[in-house]
Design a protein around this ligand. Structure first.
Ligand code: NAD
Length: 346
């Protein structure tokens, strides 16, 4: 696609995050928002300000005469894989909100189809653009920390009745899939991006205060080995009272240690590496703000601009479909341990 042609987007799912995609598309001079799609009405979605055709299903969109290059899949998790496949079948590029799917198999089908029709799939993992993430990725890639001994991820968030509403998709097995898919896949993505794949997974899981609101655990202690060396743990919970407590990553390496913290890993709290001076980093964008509760970094502007660069052949996707699949596959393996524990304890 030539540089002076606008990339045309249709956004499917006009909820919190779909409207953010739409907003970011409108702000990009090289992008055009062609349509919004949602099974609720435009008014129910509070999407009146978007002056574009509003359709009620992805099927209606794909059968319409509208011209567009990209479908942004911003619906509940359980619909990502099937809707991404439908868009690819009509030879559209796909931007898929996290997680790419709720099973490795469904993600593999997307990759197979994308290769078959020569279209790109961009997964949304916008925390990668936060200055501490970019910085830690560069020093890990350059080997500044030497061998990695231990990595600890702590993700302690609040998600209570203000978040899990009766009749909604959040908290359901089929449409949400689990705490690791919806709340913490960003952190698993960063861990995989930095240190690669994991093995020898062990875990303890518990549902402390979500028995009436979700179909799954709210907390877990998970430990594993990294295939590339070193060991790690992921400690997570959505049972924290009132507000998010922490999202942090502590890395113990041969040459020193680093702790990245803040509510969504937006601050370097400790950098203590032999012979290395910490550079001054840019300010992080604030967290997505959903009123009473906070989400991950508000970096969707970078996502949309990467999609435009990718489609115009200027850059490769920041998070490609293989990486999207890998995060899903890691979560699936962690949940396999949880399911085996449940069976054992029955
Ligand atoms: N990248 C991030 O940081 C981030 C943050 C929040 C949410 N998300 C992801 O974005 C997705 C949406 O989350 P949200 O918070 O916007 O949820 P939401 O409930 O606010 O929005 C989902 C929208 O999809 C619509 N929808 C449901 N079924 C549909 C269908 N079959 N066809 C068309 N529309 C349909 C709903 O009516 C709703 O408007 C989820 O997968 C979530 O994991 C990502």
């Amino acid at each position: 696609m030539s540089n002076n042609v606008k990339v045309k987007f249709a956004v499917v799912g006009a909820g919190h995050i779909g409207k953010r995609h739409a907003e970011m598309i409108l702000r990009e001079p090289e992008a055009e928002l062609v349509a919004l799609v949602d099974c609720r009405s435009k008014t129910e979605c509070d999407a009146e300000k978007f002056d574009v055709p509003f359709l009620s299903s992805i099927e209606e969109l794909l059968e319409s005469d509208l011209e567009f290059d990209v479908v942004n899949v911003c619906t509940p998790n359980g619909l990502h894989a099937s809707q991404s496949l439908k868009a690819l079948e009509q030879k559209k590029h796909v931007v898929c909100e996290k997680p790419m799917g709720l099973s490795k198999d469904s993600c593999e089908k997307i990759i197979f189809k994308a290769l078959q029709v020569s279209r790109q799939v961009f997964c949304v993992m916008q925390n990668r653009y936060s200055p501490p993430s970019e910085w830690i990725q560069s020093i890990i890639t350059d080997g500044v920390l030497g061998d990695i001994y231990m990595v600890q991820l702590n993700c302690y968030w609040n998600r209570d009745d203000r978040y899990y509403k009766k009749g909604g998709w959040k908290g359901t097995k089929d449409m949400d899939g689990g705490t690791l898919y919806t709340q913490f896949s960003h952190f698993i993505d960063i861990m995989y991006w930095l240190f690669g794949d994991i093995d020898n997974i062990q875990g303890k899981f518990k549902d402390f205060n979500h028995k009436n609101t979700t179909d799954f655990e709210d907390s877990g202690f998970v430990s594993f080995d990294f295939i590339n060396g070193g060991m790690g743990s992921l400690n997570y919970s959505t049972a924290v009272s009132n507000q998010n407590l922490e999202s942090s990553m502590t890395i113990i390496g041969e040459n020193g240690s680093v702790k990245i913290g803040g509510q969504y890993m937006n601050e370097v709290e400790i950098c203590n590496i032999k012979g290395y001076d910490m550079p001054k980093l840019k300010e992080s964008n604030p967290a997505n703000d959903y009123g009473p509760y906070k989400g991950s970094a508000a970096n969707h502007n970078y996502v949309i601009s990467n999609v435009i660069d990718g489609i115009k052949g200027r850059k490769s996707p920041t998070t490609n479909a293989l990486e999207g699949l890998k995060v899903v596959e890691i979560i699936e393996r962690i949940y396999k341990v949880r399911n085996e524990n449940q069976k054992r304890d029955e």
